[in-house]
Design a protein around this ligand. Structure first.
Ligand code: URA
Length: 433
């Protein structure tokens, strides 16, 4: 088999055989096929796409390219949740403890943030001492002890994706539905849970800019999961404005704590309740979403969801006094309020702009080596649909950087205020199962 023939076949829009897919994935991982040939193939895939069968074979071949986590000796149904990434998306930090407090095992392997999107690992690491790199044995022990673990992917899980993603990142081939679906699902399917809930985001702050593309991605990933024997479902959620109010690592941890104490912002609470309820349904502890939502509201009200976050932090070596006293988190030296200069209603808060600005304030990294300022970020004072008067605070900026006039101007420009009444948008737009 010759790699060049596979490239030409895909360039001409033909369907690759299972053998050809295994040939290029395994050849790339073992170094016998060079970057330039895989780049050419990926560009052909960007333009020609892949059939469902090709995507399933690609996912499965990537999944078995390294270690596979076996959680079968942990009792009960294990659930995992994955978000395709966004701005202010701290859902795992709240929904993980909520679902685990209902007695369901939540086994989550998360990633870091890059560019305008934040990552759960970075947020967790803003809690002093907290370790996100456990061995698989520790991960399993923690699952048995407290029913909840959120750690970084082990270095040996899906090495094919590590190599392929790094190449896609520098060859303009990230934005391909088959490649995104196989990348996400190979990792989820290798990390050992029985059920997977996917939060597929759409809007300017997400990978998928339109609802239709997000729906296609959701269907593709749900089909892959099902065809490989896992209960896989998806919610489609809006990422045209940031989720909740806080954007930035320790700021988001504080918002997750507030949420677990029953004081979270409405859109964020909504997503946590809907996603969590589906996870409870998948784990078969409730028989409807409504029942799930009631159960989740109870574990917030009786404090057990908050206790579960404390247990997670203690189990992973974090200083739990920060969870009990969030005022202990370092506050940035520069705090700037952005005020409304005209009255009206908030029509838009461009998530992409807020995410990129938060990164420039120090909250995110442009390259893998950048060091994050855990205290930096933005806290919204208004959301889409809110009424605004002159001098109301649109958002508060936190940073340790100086000379940030340009960032402040960009943040101001992210808010679109109009005279006409604007309806508050829904958070969950569709379910796929
Ligand atoms: N997240 C992933 O893990 N892979 C992609 O390709 C895109 C988003």
């Amino acid at each position: 088999m010759r790699m060049v023939d596979i490239i030409v076949k895909k360039r001409e829009g033909k369907e690759l055989t299972d053998k050809e897919i295994k040939f290029f994935v395994n050849g790339y991982v073992n170094g016998s096929i060079p970057d330039y040939q895989i780049s050419a193939l990926f560009m052909a895939i960007v333009f020609q796409g892949m059939t469902n069968r090709e995507i399933v074979t690609l996912t499965e071949t990537m999944r078995v390219s390294g270690d596979i986590v076996d959680l079968s000796d942990i009792k009960g149904i294990k659930v995992d949740k994955h978000s395709t990434g966004g701005v202010g998306d701290k859902t795992s930090l709240a929904v993980g403890p909520m679902v685990a407090a209902c007695g369901v095992k939540v086994a989550k392997m998360s990633g870091r943030g890059l560019g305008h999107t934040g990552g759960t690992l970075d947020k967790l690491e803003s809690i002093p001492g907290l370790n996100v790199f456990e061995s698989v044995e520790q991960f399993k022990k923690q699952m048995n002890d407290i029913g909840l673990a959120i750690i970084g992917q082990t270095g040996t899980l899906v090495p094919a994706d590590k190599k392929m993603y790094a190449l896609r990142d520098v060859t303009g081939t990230v934005e391909s539905l088959p490649l995104i679906a196989a990348s996400i699902m190979s990792k989820k399917l290798a990390s050992g849970s029985d059920c997977i809930l996917l939060d597929v985001k759409f809007g300017n702050g997400a990978f998928m800019k339109t609802y239709d593309d997000a729906l296609k991605l959701a269907h593709t990933m749900v089909d892959i999961g099902k065809s490989l024997g896992k209960d896989t479902r998806a919610v489609l959620t809006d990422m045209s404005q940031p989720l909740g109010l806080a954007v930035g690592n320790s700021l988001e941890v504080k918002e997750a704590i507030d949420t677990l104490k029953g004081r979270g912002p409405k859109d964020f609470v909504d997503i946590c309740l809907h996603s969590g309820a589906i996870m409870l349904e998948q784990a078969k502890v409730v028989s409807s979403e409504e029942e799930g939502i009631e159960m989740l509201k109870k574990v917030i009200a009786d404090g057990s969801a908050f206790q579960k976050l404390r247990e997670l932090v203690i189990a992973q070596g974090g200083d739990v006094s920060y969870i009990d006293h969030p005022e202990k988190f370092e506050v940035s030296k520069n705090i700037i309020e952005v005020k409304a200069t005209k009255p009206g209603y908030v029509k838009q808060i461009v998530a992409l702009e807020i995410g990129e600005s938060a990164m420039r304030l120090g909250a995110g990294r442009e390259t893998f080596d950048d060091i994050i300022d855990m205290s930096a970020g933005i806290v919204l004072g208004k959301k889409v649909g809110d009424k605004v008067n002159v001098d109301d605070t649109l958002c508060t900026i936190y940073t340790n950087k100086d000379n940030i006039e340009e960032v402040v101007r960009d943040i101001e420009s992210a808010f679109v205020i109009v005279d006409e009444f604007v309806k508050t948008p829904p958070t969950v737009h569709a379910y796929v199962k």
